[in-house]
Ligand binder design. Structure first.
Ligand SMILES: NC(=O)c1ccc[n+]([C@@H]2O[C@H](COP(=O)([O-])OP(=O)(O)OC[C@H]3O[C@@H](n4cnc5c(N)ncnc54)[C@H](O)[C@@H]3O)[C@@H](O)[C@H]2O)c1
Length: 326
């Protein structure tokens, strides 16, 4: 929380509260922009690094300092020199799994080397804690244990998963050697307002967008592949809990329930009050059949658990998507 400075001028005691200084990389993106808003609501001072490759200018909170730069650039050092950050939330990423398969080198440059650039400056400038947004599904791969716990041996089957796991290893190395505290949060499938930007995004946001725009929803394969879906406000609470509690390590963040695509279509239809236009396409080669994470560790240690159920989250996302139409 904030640091308090107490000093006496004449007979008056002036108490000044300095809130924490936070850096959010990827702060113009879906999760990053929602996080920036929450930190600013808590009274924190926030700076953002984002190259706007998928992020949007209109999601930038006007009360945050914005640096339009790439996480791989040397200018990152200047941002750290200009600000004395307490916390670094590293969200900027190339996060399209298929793009990582097509171009693993670019994925590595952003997700490993770019992250390393942020981490190196965090250590040099003695920040208090580094919080990293990792991924569950892509790191565990086709897990035999469902729901999957953090003890399960990761078996990533995409460059994206390999690079997220590699960066987690750098975090653990910096903690062992330099005592830089960190938390890596392995998210399941996140959905909610600001996700859909017209390209690759989570299936719930895509289907809702297509539903409100009367477009066809394409279901790959039989639609029985499962995921566990977590609403954006629960994710933000998990990130804030990671900042608040003095713990180090890796935590799953999920809803812990498997839901298949056909059920998602049914929930959206019920919430929106009409049938969706759907079409089945061929199953995607290599697509995971099942993915579901266990959130017992974060519940026990960081006192976090999901609050927004699937139907409620879908309704909130539909409301937001309809507002975008206006
Ligand atoms: N959305 C999910 O379901 C999900 C699941 C697991 C993990 N994550 C992780 O959460 C984080 C945020 O994801 P999101 O869904 O908000 O994605 P997003 O694409 O909306 O946000 C990523 C942000 O990073 C910025 N960015 C990308 N490359 C950059 C670079 N080289 N330099 C500076 N900025 C750059 C983009 O412009 C964007 O604003 C990512 O690290 C992602 O891997 C997301």
């Amino acid at each position: 929380m904030g640091r308090m400075l107490r000093h006496v001028t004449r007979n008056k005691i002036i108490i000044r509260i300095f809130m924490a200084k936070c850096l959010v990389t990827g702060g113009a993106g879906f999760i990053g922009s929602n996080l920036v808003d929450a930190l600013i609501d808590q009274g924190e001072e926030v700076a953002i690094i984002d190259n706007l490759s998928t992020g949007k200018k209109e999601y930038l909170n006007p009360r945050a300092k914005f640096y339009e730069i790439d996480i791989c650039s040397d200018d990152v050092a200047k941002v750290f020199a200009e600000n004395k950050f307490d916390y670094v939330f590293h969200l900027a990423a190339q996060m399209d799994v298929r793009a990582s398969v097509d171009d693993p080198i670019t994925d590595n440059k952003i997700n490993v080397l770019g992250g390393f650039n942020i981490l190196k400056q965090s250590k040099k400038n003695n920040i208090k804690k580094f919080i990293f947004t990792s991924t569950g599904g892509a790191v565990y791969g086709d897990a035999k244990e469902i729901p999957t716990t953090e003890q399960y041996l990761p078996h990533p089957v995409s460059p994206y998963g390999i690079h997220k796991l590699t960066f987690e290893k750098y975090l653990s190395y910096f903690f062992e050697v330099y005592k830089l505290p960190y938390i890596a949060l392995r998210f399941s499938n996140v959905y909610g307002p600001r996700q859909y930007k017209g390209g690759e995004a989570g299936v719930i946001s895509i289907f809702i967008d297509h539903a409100v725009n009367d477009k066809e929803c394409v279901i790959n394969g039989d639609g029985k592949q499962t995921r566990d879906f977590i609403y954006i406000s629960d994710i933000i609470e998990a990130i804030l809990a990671a900042k608040k509690f003095d713990h180090v390590g890796v935590f799953n963040v999920s809803d812990g329930r498997e839901t298949n695509l056909l059920e998602i279509v049914e929930y959206i239809e019920k919430s929106i009050g009409c049938k969706l236009k759907t079409r089945h396409a061929e199953a995607k080669f290599g697509e995971q059949k099942r993915s579901c994470l266990d959130y017992g560790k974060i519940r026990k240690i960081l006192s976090w658990e999901p609050k927004v159920g699937l139907i409620e989250g879908i309704k909130k996302t539909i409301k937001w998507s309809r507002e975008q139409l206006k």
